[in-house]
Design a protein around this ligand. Sequence first.
Ligand SMILES: Nc1ncnc2c1ncn2[C@@H]1O[C@H](COP(=O)(O)OP(=O)(O)OP(=O)(O)O)[C@@H](O)[C@H]1O
Ligand SMILES: [Mg+2]
Length: 526
Amino acid sequence: MIDPRTTTGSTAAAAEDTVRLLTEALGGADVRPQVEEVGTVVEIDAGVAIVTGLGHALADEAVIFASGGVGIVSDLEPGRLGVILLCPTQGLAVGDDVHRTHTVVSVPVGDALLGRVVDALGRPLDRQGAIQAAGSKPIEAEAPEILDRAMVSRPLATGIKAIDAAVPIGRGQRELIIGDRQTGKTSIAVDAMLNQVDTGVISIYCAIGQRGDAVARVIAALEAGDAMANAIVMVAGGEEAPGLGFIAPYAATTMAEHFVAHGKDVLIVFDDLTRHARAYRELSLLLRRPPGREAYPGDIFYVHARLLERAAQLSPARGGGSLTALPVIETQAENLSAYIPTNLISITDGQVYLSPRLVRKGQFPAVDLGKSVSRVGGKAQSPAFRAVAGDIRVTLSQFEELESFARFGTRLDDDTRARLKRGAAVRAALRQPERRPIPALEQITVLLAAMGGLLDGIDEAAIPAAMQAIREAIDADADLQPVADQIAEGERLTDSDRESVLTLARQAMQAVSSNASERQGDVSDA
Ligand SMILES: Nc1ncnc2c1ncn2[C@@H]1O[C@H](COP(=O)(O)OP(=O)(O)OP(=O)(O)O)[C@@H](O)[C@H]1O
Ligand SMILES: [Mg+2]
């Protein structure tokens, strides 16, 4: 307060004193008037709003509505803005005020998110209280530059035989998981995350437009496999604002990048980008952007490219962290050449194609090796796998060709019959129940056994038991631990190691077949 008794002397001196005292009292605060634009909502549609009066708002800037809801400035047109809503449309009314924030939309990042289920803005959806985040980062970020990247050279083991052996994925790679409805796309992604329990790789599962029960199943699987402690689940449900579904993968990538910048390896799953593309199409049509092919807006390719460009293996100078992306795409009636699938096939470094034809035959995981490829994973594949990997594709493709001939009841020569038997055994050996990732050495031994003909004579129904016996034999042999470690470190399998695992496999097979014949004996005795 200003004390009038201190303002003595002439009026001019008094005025000067007053100014000095006022300045002191305000502590040097900048009290100049500021102009703030306040916009007005003029139109509301499901998921978007048209706003006028914010002439200086920038693209991608977050704006706040009178209801407290947030939106992203998406279309800048003279005199009006197209805003994508990240809040329910119900809270908004035409005529509401809209304020600028001068920032872009950000999400919390840091260790506190691990083990949590969050929405696309990083707000908790589990009942575990507030998230004490280390900070927040904008959801859009530049992809790492070429000079900050290194070659993809380390394997990202999924624990799935068909993938690790034949379509290997490397850390920092983008591998598409593509297939029709209910072909096991989500299961592949979940198994890959479950396999990271002991690898130190952080998993992020970003569910876009999935049904609640499907997401609950994924969370339950991660919890049951002890993988949740090192994972984040982001959920943008189909019933929420489409804007949330649209920003979810970018937000999840921002959370991942925080760990990558600290030298960690992260695996991120986008389940699925078909629904992401649909959310963006919906928003674009409501914003009256010109529709292009299949009514998608012209920039849909860029929308996905700029997202997946953020996956990287960083150079040692940048800490050497990596972000591996597994985007999921749903095809319709196996149509790989639809617009969104072709876009994503060209953006990613390969695809795991899941075939409904194999699903109908009960072949799970339904990986069609003929249509699956990993364009960089081969370099990153652990060398021990390479010894078996090359042949599997050839054996299976020859087998499938022969199989289609054999159906016609042609008489077959011995060589063809042997090949058919081998092919059937190898295909059966690639089967694997979901939620059971397998360690590398056990995978290699089972596949070596199948390729080496140990499973040839066995009835297809008995092959899972035979494989189980082989795996148990490997697991029980403590001498093989150093070999398993060597494989994990990227060593190749020496000839003697190869012989010793095959001997173990043979012994295990003998035990299985003698047990089986004993049982057979019991039955005939009875
Ligand atoms: N390895 C497997 N062994 C046995 N069954 C499996 C395997 N993988 C997936 N399934 C089964 O196949 C069905 C579909 O799996 P999943 O939900 O992973 O497929 P999806 O392609 O993600 O389906 P959607 O198109 O609905 O998202 C489920 O019932 C699942 O239990
Ligand atoms: Mg799914």
